[in-house]
Design a protein around this ligand. Structure first.
Ligand code: CP
Ligand code: NVA
Length: 330
């Protein structure tokens, strides 16, 4: 993967933005990293790096002037909502926050018709919802790109921002070991798909009964052959963090699972990212968390705010990576 410094110095802006690789992404949906080739993922990371550099240097980059992005949220959000809204605005376009309770969708208008109608006004649709099939249905009937802003199955925008953060901090992605500690949830799935595309090694440690989807594991492993990535699952957090370059965790009860919270707290004992567990990882292991965090549950404040933590850079990178996604797709 091209070094970031090399990228800035090579004067490849126009090449990057108008290259064949960019053209091949126009009009595509962004539903899962599984749908993208390793080269396409690498291209999105490079574009994100370029757009981040431009933004930091105060150089305008209105690649989506006059375009509009609709954003549907069936679940709460701080990072996704604000970063997408700012992303489209910084690219010269405008974002529309669409509360499903105020849409006719909330009164039973079908997803298919919603997709058909929104496609007549908008240049792209971002949706955060429960069932992944809702996003698939929306994408099927929409004529404009649909971006998955999180489903129960996957959170690809977050995972792409996470690999971007690791790339920035560690300088490369191939062979990097990521330990994911906790629920085999949407985050674990997206990170497994991502690892397979960037050639990383991921070990997901979950308590018995809370493992990742076997189908996602199968597909990620299938993808991993092309990049020599390694996708491992275990019930032992210490095994996962052994030699890890990155230790990642997420909440024990995701949105929609609030009623299972007490039972999950019991099941996840021993799966907290704390200093004892961190002492089993590499000394310079990066700590990541997609946030929001439940301090004292999946992670301690000491680790989350400690010297190895990059959780706020990681959150910032949602903006830069999503700008790359929007700039390429819309
Ligand atoms: N990480 C993440 O997606 O955060 P929000 O739920 O605040 O969007
Ligand atoms: N797994 C969490 C991620 C939040 C960004 C959830 O789905 O609630």
């Amino acid at each position: 993967m091209l070094d970031r410094v090399q990228l800035y110095e090579s004067g490849t802006d126009e090449f990057l933005l108008e290259s064949e690789a960019s053209m091949a992404l126009k009009g595509r949906d962004f539903l899962s990293l599984h749908d993208y080739t390793p080269a396409e993922v690498e291209h999105l990371l490079k574009v994100a790096s370029l757009l981040k550099a431009k933004q930091k240097a105060g150089q305008p980059h209105p690649l989506l002037a006059g375009k509009s992005l609709g954003m549907i949220f069936h679940k709460s959000s701080t990072r996704t909502r604000v970063s997408f809204e700012v992303a489209i605005w910084q690219l010269g376009g405008q974002g529309l926050f669409l509360n499903p309770a105020d849409l006719q969708m909330g009164r039973g208008e079908t997803i298919a018709d919603t997709a058909r109608i929104l496609s007549r006004y908008l240049d792209g649709i971002m949706i955060r919802t429960y069932g992944h099939e809702i996003v698939l249905e929306l994408a099927k009937y929409a004529d404009v790109p649909v971006v998955n802003g999180l489903t129960d199955l996957s959170h690809p925008c977050q995972a792409l921002a996470d690999y971007f953060t690791i790339w920035e901090k560690k300088g490369h992605l191939a062979g990097i070991k990521v330990a994911f500690i906790g629920d085999g949830n949407n985050m674990a799935h997206a990170l497994m798909y991502g690892a397979a595309k960037v050639g990383a090694r991921i070990a997901v440690a979950s308590p018995p009964g809370y493992e990742s989807s076997p189908e996602v594991l199968r597909l990620a492993r299938e993808d991993s052959f092309a990049t020599r990535a390694q996708i491992e699952v275990t019930n032992d957090p210490a095994e996962a963090v052994a030699g890890a370059d990155v230790v990642y965790t997420d909440v024990w009860a995701s949105m929609g699972q609030e009623s299972e919270h007490a039972e999950r707290v019991k099941a996840f004992q021993g799966f907290q990212v704390n200093s004892a567990l961190m002492s089993e990882a590499r000394k310079d292991a990066l700590v990541l968390h997609c946030l929001p965090a439940h301090y004292g549950e999946e992670i301690t404040e000491e680790v989350a705010y400690g010297p190895n933590s990059a959780i706020f850079d990681q959150a910032e990178n949602r903006l830069h990576v999503q700008k790359a996604i929007l700039a390429m797709l819309l």
